[in-house]
Write a protein that binds this ligand. Structure first.
Ligand SMILES: Cc1cc2nc3c(=O)[nH]c(=O)nc-3n(C[C@H](O)[C@H](O)[C@H](O)COP(=O)(O)OP(=O)(O)OC[C@H]3O[C@@H](n4cnc5c(N)ncnc54)[C@H](O)[C@@H]3O)c2cc1C
Length: 509
C-alpha cells in the first residue's frame, strides 16, 4: 500500500511551506476539494478540527441519490445533477456505491403520493439518470407488493413502484477521498483547528494542533471554507445556513426483516428502511436545529416519530425504543431560506468568493460532493488567484483508490474485527482516538452485537499500535462511552422526554 504521511509529518509540512490552497473542514466536501486540487497539481493542505468525517459526513442516510422527493418538488435540475453523480461515484468507487432497489408502496387517500404519479415519476427518474440508472424501475400490483414486502400494512394499499438508487458508507467515502487526496500529494491533518486568517496578498492563517494545544501558522494563496454546519461561523465567511437535524436508528434485521429498502410516507415526507447486512437503518427526520454543533442529541420525540411511521407501515412489527441497537444524529448545512418547512428547502449548493482568495462552499449533498469540488476548483482557477491553471479536473475518471488499498478495510459493511485492520487504521488512516476507529473507520460501533466488548479489544490493539501509556486505554474507553452516550442503544425515555402534543416532525432523505 502507498505510504501516507503520518500526522506529525503533516503538521511539520503545514508549518514549513506556503500552500496554493488551504481547505478548512475534513467532511466530504473538504475531502472532495482537497482531492481535486491535489490532482490538478496544486499544493494543497486540509485541516479538520476533530476527526475526519466526524461532522455531518458520518451521520447521513448513506444514499447516493437524485432524490425522488425532490422530483416531486419539481427540482428537475438538482435531481439530474445528483443522478448523474451517483453513477460517477459508482464508477470511481464501486466498493462504496452498491445499487439499491427501493419499494415504494402507495395507499388510497394519500394525496401526496399517488400511484399513477409515482409510476410516471420513477420513469422520469430513470431518464434523468441519462438512462443509466442502476436498474430499470418497475410497477407492482397490490398482491405483488404484499408478496415482495411481507408484513406491509394492507388497508388501502393500491400497489407499489420499485426504483433504484445507490447505497454508500458516508464516513468511508470521506476517508477514501482523503486517502486519494493524500496519494495525489495533499497534506492532511485531523484534530487541527482553523482559527483565523489575515490577507495581505497571501493568507496568513492561525491553526491549532488540538492534541498538543499548540498554535501554528500556515500561508496559502487561497482558502476554501468547507466547514459544513460550522461554515457560517468562520471569519471572512459570508455563508448563511439553516441547520436541520435528522436521526437514524439501527435495528436488528431479524426484528424488522425488510427484504429490500422500503419507502414509507408521512404526509409529503418520506422515511426509509434500508437493509444494511444483518441490520436495518431507519431514518430520517428533518427538524430545525438551534442547538450546539459539538453534541447533537437524540430526543425521545425524534425516536417516537420514526417508530410511529415504521409501525404504521408494518403494524405487526410493534417496534419500541429498546429495539434500536444504535443510533446517530446529524445536522444538514442547508443554504438559508427562512421560509418553508425544513424538508422543502433546496439541497442545492452555493459557491461564493466574498473577498480575494476566500472561497465559501456550502449546502449540497453527499451525492454531489465531487461536482461541488470540481465547480469550486474551476471557479478558483478561473479567478487567477492561484497564478496558474494546473491540470484539467480528473476526479470523475480516476478511481478513488486501487482495489488493493480498500480490500478488507473499506466497504459498505464493516470489515472483520482483527488486529491487522485496527493497525491499518492507525498507521494509514490517521486514527487517533478509539471512537475514530469504532465509529468512522470501521462502523463496528453501529453494527456489532457486542460493540462494548469489541471496543475494549480495539483499545488494546490501538494502545499497542500507537504506544499509549497505561492510563490512556481507560481514558479512551471513557471518551468512547461519552461520545456514544454510554451505550449503543438510545437512552431510556424519561417522563419529560416523552413526545408532547403539538411536536411536529418532518422526514427527509
Ligand atoms: C440526517 C441526514 C441525512 C442525510 N442523508 C443524505 C443522503 O442520504 N444522501 C446525500 O447525498 N446526502 C445526505 N445528507 C447530506 C450530507 O450528509 C451533507 O450534505 C454532507 O455530509 C455535508 O458535508 P460537509 O463536508 O459540508 O460537512 P461536514 O461533514 O460537517 O464537514 C465539515 C467539517 O468541518 C469541520 N470544521 C468546522 N470548523 C472547523 C475549523 N474551524 N477548523 C477545522 N475544521 C473545521 C467540522 O469539524 C466538520 O468535520 C444527509 C444529511 C443529514 C444530516
Amino acid at each position: 500500500m502507498t505510504a501516507i504521511p503520518a500526522r506529525a509529518d503533516a503538521l511539520r509540512a503545514l508549518a514549513e511551506s506556503p500552500f496554493d490552497l488551504l481547505v478548512v473542514g475534513g467532511g466530504i466536501v473538504g475531502a472532495g476539494v482537497a482531492r481535486d486540487a491535489a490532482m490538478r497539481g496544486f499544493k494543497t493542505a486540509l485541516v479538520e478540527q476533530h476527526d475526519f468525517a466526524s461532522g455531518t459526513s458520518s451521520r447521513s442516510s448513506r444514499l447516493l441519490h437524485g432524490g425522488l422527493r425532490y422530483l416531486a418538488q419539481g427540482r428537475i435540475g438538482l435531481v439530474r445533477e445528483a443522478s448523474l453523480e451517483k453513477r460517477v461515484i459508482h464508477e470511481i468507487a464501486p466498493h462504496l456505491a452498491q445499487p439499491l432497489p427501493f419499494l415504494f408502496p402507495a395507499y388510497h387517500g394519500n394525496r401526496h403520493w399517488v400511484l399513477w404519479q409515482l409510476k410516471l415519476g420513477v420513469k422520469l427518474y430513470d431518464a434523468l439518470c441519462g438512462g443509466r440508472n442502476f436498474g430499470a424501475s418497475t410497477w407492482l400490483s397490490r398482491s405483488e407488493a404484499l408478496q415482495e414486502i411481507p408484513g406491509l400494512a394492507q388497508a388501502g394499499l393500491e400497489g407499489a413502484v420499485r426504483y433504484h438508487d445507490g447505497f454508500t458508507n458516508d464516513s468511508r467515502l470521506t476517508l477514501d477521498t482523503l486517502r486519494s487526496a493524500a496519494r495525489a500529494g495533499a497534506t492532511l491533518a485531523n484534530y487541527c483547528r482553523f482559527h483565523q486568517a489575515a490577507s495581505g496578498g497571501r493568507w496568513e492563517c492561525d491553526l491549532e494542533d488540538q492534541l498538543e494545544s499548540r498554535m501554528l501558522q500556515v500561508r496559502a494563496r487561497a482558502i476554501v471554507n468547507a466547514a459544513g454546519p460550522w461554515a457560517d461561523g468562520l471569519p471572512h465567511s459570508r455563508v448563511k445556513l439553516r441547520l436541520t437535524k435528522g436521526i437514524h436508528l439501527v435495528l436488528d434485521r431479524v426484528r424488522f426483516p425488510v427484504p429490500e429498502a422500503v419507502v414509507m410516507t408521512a404526509g409529503k415526507r418520506i422515511l426509509f428502511a434500508i437493509p444494511w447486512g444483518d441490520r436495518v437503518i431507519l431514518g430520517t427526520t428533518d427538524t430545525d436545529y438551534p442547538g450546539p454543533l459539538e453534541q447533537i442529541s437524540i430526543q425521545a420525540q425524534d425516536i417516537a416519530a420514526v417508530l410511529e411511521v415504521a409501525n404504521r407501515f408494518f403494524p405487526q412489527a410493534g417496534l419500541v425504543e429498546s429495539d434500536a441497537l444504535s443510533s446517530w444524529a446529524g445536522v444538514r448545512p442547508l443554504i438559508a431560506n427562512p421560509n418553508g418547512n425544513p424538508s422543502e428547502i433546496s439541497r442545492s449548493h452555493d459557491i461564493r468568493n466574498p473577498e480575494p482568495g476566500w472561497w465559501d462552499v456550502a449546502g449540497g449533498k453527499l451525492t454531489t460532493y465531487r461536482l461541488m469540488a470540481e465547480q469550486t476548483l474551476d471557479r478558483i482557477v478561473n479567478s487567477g488567484q492561484l497564478g496558474r491553471r494546473g491540470r484539467a479536473c480528473q476526479t470523475a475518471k480516476e478511481p478513488l483508490l486501487p482495489p488493493n488499498e480498500t480490500a478488507g478495510v473499506s466497504g459498505i459493511l464493516p470489515p472483520s474485527l482483527t488486529r491487522q485492520v485496527v493497525e491499518h487504521y492507525c498507521a494509514r488512516e490517521w486514527a487517533i482516538h478509539l471512537d475514530d476507529v469504532m465509529l468512522r473507520r470501521s462502523g463496528w460501533h453501529h453494527y456489532l452485537d457486542n460493540a462494548e466488548t469489541a471496543a475494549r479489544q480495539v483499545a488494546d490493539w490501538m494502545g499497542e499500535s500507537l504506544g499509549w501509556p497505561a492510563a490512556a486505554r481507560d481514558a479512551e474507553l471513557a471518551r468512547y462511552w461519552k461520545v456514544t452516550g454510554g451505550a449503543r442503544a438510545p437512552r431510556n425515555l424519561s417522563g419529560s422526554d416523552l413526545p408532547r402534543k403539538g411536536d411536529s416532525f418532518d422526514f427527509d432523505q
